[in-house]
Write a protein that binds this ligand. Sequence first.
Ligand SMILES: Cc1ncc(COP(=O)(O)O)c(C=O)c1O
Length: 498
Amino acid sequence: MGLRHTGCKSLSGAVSRTELVCLPKGCAAGVAVDFCWVRRGEAWHSKTPREMTKSIHAGGRPVWAEISLKAILRNLEIIRKHVNPGGRAGREFASEVGGGFLANEMRTGKSACATEGEGQNRRPEASGTKGEKQNGRMILAVVKSNAYGLGAVPISKALQKAGTDWFGVTCANEGIELRESGIRKRILVLTGFWPGEEKRLLENYLTPTVTRVDDLRHLERAAKAFLGKSARGKSARGKSLRVPFHLKINTGMNRLGISPPDVEAFASTLAECSHIELEGTFTHFASAEDFIGGQTVTQEELFRSCLERLRALGVAPGIVHLANSGAICARPETWADMVRPGAILYGYHQSFDPPEKRSEVMAKLPLEPCLSLRARIISLRDVPPGEAVGYSARFVTERPSKIGVINAGYADGVVRARTNRGCTLVRERRVPLVGTISMDLTTLDVTDVPGVALGDVVTIYGKDGKSAIEVSDVAPEIGTVTSDLLCALGRRVPKYYV
Ligand SMILES: Cc1ncc(COP(=O)(O)O)c(C=O)c1O
């Protein structure tokens, strides 16, 4: 089969089935890296060692991640359709958004930021609230922790274009990174704020979450100072504006959120705050994938009773949201006004209890995993029987073996818990990981791969021809969750968005 050198092309769209692709420095995604590979059909094969040596230059450590934005956008569409059956929202929890600062202004498209130029490049667009055109249930894309390790900026940009309504991050720094990269949609800081952080939240138009009644006072003080600056506190029509925030209620996770008995204290403290306004109310499920135990139903009932108490106290809960991936997939009664997908947006279904539930859910939402993590074999060695491989001699050969080494270790995302556990793919075959995973290198038993060669592409996660090993398959094998493995993806691994 002939190889064609394509020269400098971005990965996206440039790879035909039989091409040798070369990515010179800075060519793809602005990453300074050089490497080549050959793709035949959809499978990954080596070139000759001589060719490989020639094409890998300094700075071209052969490990990389391919992140399919196409898959993420497709998953978004699948989720959107799933939570809007019939094309419209069935708003069971009845949103009654109060609006206020930014919210009102954004609805009318007018600025809440009076000083010319000030905050212009950070000011968000309007979010969907009561009384305006709705495309159905809103989607809050959870892009915290650098979009689960996959790259918050490129992913959020693509999601913004595709019409995601909100983004969810964990702290001011994560939100500011998105604002600085041009994200104009509303950003909810899901994990609350530490006193002192609120000023940065407001200045960057990030929506804070109140998780303790005391937070109201801190936020009120910051909002007063923020709105008092120049003419920020007034709308174009001279109306007083308020800073919107969301309230998190603890319904059983017992980590963050006000406790149900604190609803009264929350309402009375809020009544004393004239610069802030409740825009949304949410809770978070501890075990949405568990259909054997009753925790999720209990959480949901408690949450509903808190919403009723709030309403009875004259406080409109605003945008109501509680569904994470598991609940989006399998608990339509929890979809409310907005859903918060994380793992499923990236294409990964959770493990369900009972396990049969997973196949049911997978049939309903045929998601596409977005991550491929690949490396090349940089060393091949024949090892006689009875020899140890790697740190602490945790693998000993039982036969004449061929041991391949890849340039990827736990600092790249091949987690150490995979020591002597599970497989990668080489030439579409499953190849066992052997020996202790080290920081930079991993050893594989490639004895059974005919024709294995230096430079062969090893798929750690993703598809290789007709074979696939997805992150979500590996996670239960080592007693963890998909998000944990995604977040382990190393910073030094070049990421290509395809
Ligand atoms: C408040 C909140 N909502 C939604 C999510 C998304 O969860 P998942 O990845 O299960 O969809 C998270 C993630 O931890 C979260 O903290």
